[in-house]
Design a protein around this ligand. Structure first.
Ligand code: ACO
Length: 329
């Protein structure tokens, strides 16, 4: 009996916008300090998208780099999955807009809405599409322009978020390497703790909606923090169990980059020591669905994820959603 094929990541790329906001910049905007932000989050700078550019532009740039890295032509792509909560518009999907910009006309395209867990949801879906034989070359992109929905008068959220995108190309694996397992979970009972309520059809863009600042991120940070620690830890434990691995088998843990303390707690739950944990939130802040593919690209380019190395990915975000994956490179 033929075995079910695995998928693997064959190329990565990122798009980092040129604007920069430092902790010191926030000292001039709200009642905060560089010291508070560093101590409570680990963040130092975030990148901000330029005027006149959109999430789809970041998707396109990151995807072109990932395809070049994989030595593939854009016409070979047969599925584009874009994980984002900051799409260009209500519809069409950002993936369709990016498809047009890429010229990827042999592809289908759709968006995934799972907040900060969206990229791993995309990996799980891409893996299933390839394993089932439905697709051969899948682009999974995590892209956000969170600066456009950040309330720069709210110190409890504005210091956290940044913009950027990361993309990977997935194809069938030829052996023991590739995506070894994925784990997805959500719990809609926590939806109110982290939300943007005014960008759908429940609250239309009226003066009242704008006055209530409904088109900006609202978060009960401390409650989200506690759930993030528990659920991202659970995701790490579950994927180890599913793949029959231990923390010792993991060469690099790459989590969603929301808070240094959440990352530390997840690493401890999975028994992965600090030297095998990838951290770059000091350079980008929280870029939601983009944080893991940006970190993945950096880790590979820095030589921390070569052939046969095992990476664990783990994320937690609005919904709540949480997810994990183990990939052998
Ligand atoms: N500067 C100075 N003081 C601040 C700031 C700030 N920027 N923000 C909040 N404070 C104050 C609060 O007002 C509070 O003051 P008080 O004690 O006088 O009331 C105090 O600092 C402590 O506030 P907490 O919210 O309890 O601080 P906490 O240690 O929890 O850190 C943070 C806040 C960084 C937001 C943290 O809770 C966190 O990281 N939460 C999780 C974020 C996350 O994982 N999100 C999920 C993914 S994101 C997505 O899906 C888009």
């Amino acid at each position: 009996m033929a075995s079910i094929p695995r998928s693997m990541i064959v190329g990565t790329g990122v798009s980092i916008p040129s604007g920069i906001l430092t902790n010191k910049d926030f000292e001039k905007m709200v009642d905060t300090s560089d010291e508070w932000i560093r101590e409570r989050t680990g963040m130092e700078i975030r990148h901000i998208i330029e005027d006149g550019r959109y999430t789809s532009d970041l998707c396109t740039d990151a995807a072109q780099k990932a395809l070049a890295d994989a030595h593939l032509h854009v016409e070979e792509v047969d599925m584009i999955l874009v994980a984002t909560v900051t799409g260009d518009m209500g519809f069409p999907s950002t993936s369709c807009i990016a498809q047009e910009k890429l010229g990827a006309f042999n592809s289908a395209a759709m968006d995934i809405s799972a907040a900060c867990s969206g990229f791993i949801y995309g990996i799980a879906l891409g893996d299933a599409l390839i394993a089932s034989g439905k697709n051969k070359t899948v682009l999974v992109i995590g892209a956000e322009t969170l600066s456009r929905i950040t309330d720069y008068t709210d110190r409890s959220t504005c210091v956290l978020f940044g913009d950027g995108a990361g993309a990977v190309v997935m194809q069938a694996s030829d052996g023991e390497r590739g995506v070894l397992g994925t784990y997805l979970k959500s719990d809609g009972r926590f939806g109110d703790l982290l939300r943007v309520e005014g960008l759908g059809t429940r609250y239309l863009p009226t003066h009242d909606s704008l006055d209530h600042r409904r088109h900006f991120i609202k978060m009960e940070g401390n409650k989200v923090f506690k759930e993030a620690v528990t659920s991202m830890g659970d995701a790490a434990v579950q994927i180890l169990k599913q793949t029959q691995m231990t923390g010792d088998d993991v060469d690099l843990l790459i989590t969603h980059q929301a808070n240094l303390r959440i990352i530390d707690a997840t690493a401890k739950r999975a028994n992965i020591p600090p030297e095998r944990v990838f951290i770059n939130l000091e350079k980008y802040g929280n870029t939601s669905a983009a944080s893991i593919p940006i970190a993945l690209d950096e880790a590979i380019k820095a030589g921390r994820l070569g052939m046969d190395k095992v990476a664990m990915l783990a994320a937690f975000g609005s919904g709540f959603t949480w997810a994990s994956a183990i990939v052998r490179f």
